[in-house]
Design a protein around this ligand. Structure first.
Ligand code: DHB
Ligand code: FE
Length: 280
């Protein structure tokens, strides 16, 4: 059976793509952000995953407001990055892991998650930038991936409780996958940020840090909040933190924090990073 090596949750911001392309890692603005990643890369060298299941939210590249699935799972041989309009250089296609895609889709539908299956799927900065930050070498990403997309763009959004249950179901399905692959779970989104409206630039450090801690000590803590309450506490785009929740829920049992970083702001966003491993 497949083995889940652990999980990594991280924020995504388009400007990171431009910073990588411009080699700005040592720039005073960017350094506290990029300095968070070498410990995560060192941990990856140790646990050596073959496949990454990536919980992320699309931002209008693959799905637009006319057709918006609540949950969508990639089942494509490769995932192509495309120009999404932020001036980010596009990255080479990412290899899929079809056997795991269909295994997850079958398991999720059997558990009453009626997911949209995507045999073609463009991936935006929410998939590409975490992978680039974790595997910064030139050339294609060495991971095979299965993207799992959660709608955070158009109401109604799935509740935190529903995202937790989705994550649990994904984790249990990975653990039941007949493969000797080593699987990493990634959650890409958040933390607190709001890109528009009167509260544009809103960040809530206290809430973010409480949320990060809760994933280790009390992972269902954030499910006490409705999405409206999450928007109030974390900003309109802060609800992307649901990706962290789903990734945590996919990890079996208690988890320990291997590494964390939190830096504000990157663009409009509170940039967080957390590496988690099962086993307290
Ligand atoms: C920003 C953050 C995001 O999560 C996103 O998807 C786009 C932009 C930002 O802070 O600029
Ligand atoms: Fe986003």
């Amino acid at each position: 059976m497949a083995h889940i090596v652990g999980g990594i949750a991280t924020s995504h911001v388009p400007a990171i793509g431009r910073a990588i392309a411009g080699h700005l890692q040592q720039d005073p603005y960017w350094k506290p952000f990029f300095d968070g990643f070498p410990p995560a890369q060192a941990w990856l060298d140790k646990v050596r995953p073959d496949v990454a299941v990536v919980f992320y939210n699309d931002h209008g590249l693959n799905f637009f407001l006319d057709k918006m699935p609540t949950f969508a799972v990639g089942a494509a041989p490769q995932y192509v990055n495309a120009d999404e309009g932020w001036g980010i250089p596009t990255l080479p296609p990412f290899a899929g892991e079809l056997d795991l895609s269909w295994h997850l889709i079958n398991a999720l539908v059997a558990r009453e998650f009626d997911v949209t299956t995507c045999q073609e799927m463009l991936v935006d900065h929410a998939v590409t930038l975490p992978l680039k930050l974790l595997w910064p070498e030139d050339g294609p990403c060495p991971m095979r991936i299965v993207p799992v997309c959660i709608n955070t763009v158009q109401y109604p959004l799935p509740s935190a409780t529903r995202c937790y249950k989705l994550g649990q179901a994904v984790g249990e399905a990975i653990a039941a996958w007949k493969s000797d692959a080593r699987v990493l779970v990634i959650g890409s989104g958040g933390l607190s940020h709001q890109l528009d409206g009167q509260r544009a630039g809103f960040i809530n450090k206290d809430f973010d840090l409480a949320f990060m801690e809760s994933l280790i000590n009390d992972p269902k803590w954030v499910t006490q909040y409705s999405n409206e309450e999450l928007v109030e506490k974390a900003g309109t785009q802060g609800v992307e933190l649901l990706m962290w929740l789903a990734a945590r829920a996919a990890l079996p049992g208690a988890v320990r924090k291997v590494h964390a970083n939190y830096h504000i702001p990157i663009s409009n966003t509170a940039a967080g990073l957390m590496v988690m491993e099962s086993g307290a």
